[in-house]
Design a protein around this ligand. Structure first.
Ligand SMILES: [Zn+2]
Length: 495
């Protein structure tokens, strides 16, 4: 916690303030948009409560505020970090400008590593001689830790300010080793002394529950889910059952169990989604994480995998250019059976493994050109031809569904860049667009028993939390949920 205050704190504060500003603008815009509808309805029914009038004036106020903010908005967004924002008429926390001003005795400066920034560049920026940097790097373990800095990592520099405003030579440097240790290297005469400060972490299994609101991403982020957690919800767990572009409305609820790593009162990391529930159109969807054979997957409450065994198209953003069946061969000119389907796409478009598999063949295969064959088990194989290049895979290697295995090209007998894709069951070619794909293997035996033992208590925890949160919200009256009660029009049209 004793990381010293520094310009980076101010940068963060500015970032947060800009975010707030953007949010206010967005909310104002959306309230504005819903206003006429809400009013028409109430005027028609003859009810026009005091609350509505109060809201009307609130909308007006926000509208005015927005008008005030907008002119300076885009330029403020692009302003360099150190330029003060001038359009701050909201009651936001004041800028901590005093922190940036040089105060004698305030000796620690924290630098947040920018993308592509080297340690040498940081030292140069702070006017610290390269010789000092090399002395520090000679300390055991320092080189490995400091030369492989990730963007966002923080380094503390003890640079005492002298009373005449100049900076004294570097006294010490701090960096974090893993989540639990902070290393301090002090320059004492010709030697470098290392001190390790232990920083205990605590792992908490947490239920995070909320309503979708304006956007699932926004609400979930605000509640503490990571971007990767949210991707897991939308692209892995619920993608087969919920269309997040059209099925979801503001009042839909989600609850997620995750492990959070806390240190000194600060959330530093959120683990993978353990359990997730989502209520869309009044229907409850659930997904549970379970490691089968060392590999994590998501399952239904009954232990069936949520993931389909095959994706329909092993390529994104492509056009079906030739169907399965008898046709005249475009190069040979004769009538021939087309044993697969063709997808036209530009050279270099990634080709994905249609399902979990083992690489059975990769290499040149006559008219097929550069080809990959995947063995999915249970007699199922897929073939991908005319590739311009292979991805970084080896024969015999296991690949997961969606892994890039190569790129579109026109090698072999091909008139233009396309993917020729074949699907075989026990050696017989099948139309991948019509064939009923096999169900993925459900959990069985010991796995199923272990899975069952986890799911019950997890669901019970979610239910307890939901009862707590939503019982309160529902009893609170709806004055605080003005935006939430106004549903987007498209929510009603679907059935
Ligand atoms: Zn073809």
């Amino acid at each position: 916690m004793n990381v010293p205050a520094s310009p980076s704190d101010e940068q963060r504060a500015q970032r947060i303030r800009r975010g707030n500003l953007r949010e206010v603008a967005r909310q104002a815009a959306s309230l504005h948009q819903h206003l006429p509808d809400a009013f028409r309805r109430d005027v028609a029914s003859g009810r026009y409560s005091r609350r509505q009038w109060a809201q009307a004036s609130l909308f007006a106020t926000i509208g005015t505020l927005l008008a005030m903010l907008v002119p300076g908005f885009s330029s403020a967004m692009q302003a360099p970090q150190h330029a003060p924002l001038t359009t701050m008429s909201l009651s936001l926390p004041p800028l901590a400008r005093a922190r940036q001003a040089a105060v004698p005795g305030d000796s620690w400066q924290t630098v947040t590593v920018a993308s592509g920034q080297t340690l040498g560049a940081i030292f140069e920026q702070l006017d610290i001689p390269a010789a000092t940097m090399h002395r520090l790097l000679d300390a055991p373990g320092a080189k490995a830790a400091l030369t492989r800095l990730k963007p966002g990592a923080q380094i503390g520099f003890d640079l005492p300010l002298l009373s005449d405003g100049r900076t004294a030579p570097l006294r010490a440097l701090r960096y974090d080793r893993g989540d639990t240790q902070r290393v301090e290297l002090s320059l004492v005469g010709d030697t470098v002394a290392e001190k390790v400060i232990e920083r205990p972490v605590e792992i908490r299994s947490t239920v995070i529950s909320g309503e979708v609101g304006r956007s699932l991403f926004h609400s979930a982020r605000r509640l503490g889910l990571s971007g990767s957690n949210i991707n897991t919800l939308t692209d892995e767990i619920f993608k087969y059952d919920i269309d997040f572009n059209s099925d979801v409305i503001r009042s839909d609820r989600f609850s997620v169990v995750v492990d959070q790593v806390w240190r000194e009162g600060e959330l530093i990391r959120t683990g993978p989604v353990q359990v997730a529930t989502f209520t869309a159109k009044g229907k409850l969807h659930t997904g549970f994480r379970y490691e089968r054979g060392g590999k994590a997957e998501y399952f239904t409450a009954e232990g069936r995998p949520l993931k389909k065994s095959f994706i329909r198209m092993p390529i994104q953003y492509a056009r079906l250019s030739s169907k399965f069946g008898s046709r005249r061969h475009p190069v040979l000119g004769t009538m021939r059976m087309h044993n697969g389907v063709d997808y036209a796409a530009s050279t270099g478009t990634p080709i994905m493994a249609a399902g979990d598999a083992q690489v059975q063949f990769m290499g040149w295969k006559g008219g097929y050109g550069r080809t990959v064959i995947l063995d999915h088990g249970r007699g199922h194989t897929t073939l991908y031809a005319h590739m311009s290049s292979f991805a970084n895979i080896r024969q015999g290697q296991r690949v997961s569904q969606g892994t890039t295995i190569g790129r579109v090209g026109s090698t072999g007998l091909a008139t233009g860049p396309h993917l020729h894709y074949e699907f075989r069951v026990n050696g017989v070619h099948r139309n991948p667009l019509q064939h009923t794909m096999p169900e993925p293997e459900p959990l069985k035996g010991a796995d199923l028993a272990a899975f069952r033992a986890q799911t019950g208590p997890a669901l019970a925890r979610i239910r307890t939390v939901e009862n707590l949160i939503y019982a309160q919200v529902d009893g609170d009256g709806d004055d605080t949920r003005v935006a939430a009660t106004t549903r987007p029009a498209k929510g009603a049209g679907r059935g």
